[in-house]
Design a protein around this ligand. Sequence first.
Ligand code: ATP
Ligand code: MG
Length: 249
Amino acid sequence: MQEKLERTTFETSRQAEYFTAEGLTKLTEQSREDFGNVVLKELGDNALDAAETAGVAPELLIKRERRGNITRVSVSDNGGGIPPKTVESMQDFSTLTSDKAHYRTPTRGAQGNALKTIIGIPHALDIGDEPVIIEGRGTRHTIKPVIDAAGVPRLPSRVESIGERVGTTVTVPLPTKRVKLDPSYWTKAFAIFNPHAFVNLEQVDVGVEHVNGSPKRSNLINRPCRTPLPLVSTCPTTGVALTGTTRAL
Ligand SMILES: Nc1ncnc2c1ncn2[C@@H]1O[C@H](COP(=O)(O)OP(=O)(O)OP(=O)(O)O)[C@@H](O)[C@H]1O
Ligand SMILES: [Mg+2]
């Protein structure tokens, strides 16, 4: 009896670790300012893994949309799409969910807890009402974790049909001022270490005004590889295609 009680306590505290900055610092070995880069690294790894598992050359789109205090980062891929069942089982914080438990690569992990840390990070950074959104296989999961009084995470999530589309997109909200985020670093890093991959970056600043009153766009163009096309540049040597935003603000 005594033994069972101890085990329950241990599991509860381990689950709560995913939702506090201290716990996540232990799990990720990164300081809270670097949680944004943890999100980009883990989502990029998953996206590359998914495309490779599907047997296609990876095409990633990394987006960073800054809207006042909230910055949304998302990574889309051209893999097989995350199955809804995987998203559900991944939301059980007392277990690990992975499709690659039997192999490891030096630069990509295989523990089955990265998505859990990604769901915990916005909550640990007091993001408020902003959800994490996971889309794959025609299904959108909108997830907003709540920690109950006993420290057990509950993940009320809305599941809706969005129509079939290729791959997976995961969108994570982060507090603009509290995390360091370097999407262009990760775009280049993924491309350099994965020469078979195409990695695209789109950065948008919403609602930021120029001194003259016109909206400001923050585009990242890979200048040495610029093509005559005004909004798209490709860099065949690294496989990076950096795309300036074309979205109306
Ligand atoms: N972009 C994606 N496309 C398809 N499936 C995905 C994607 N991202 C995650 N998954 C699925 O969700 C599982 C859990 O992902 P998660 O990142 O938590 O663990 P992992 O990649 O297996 O290991 P690690 O914790 O080391 O990253 C993966 O094993 C995979 O089955
Ligand atoms: Mg992973």
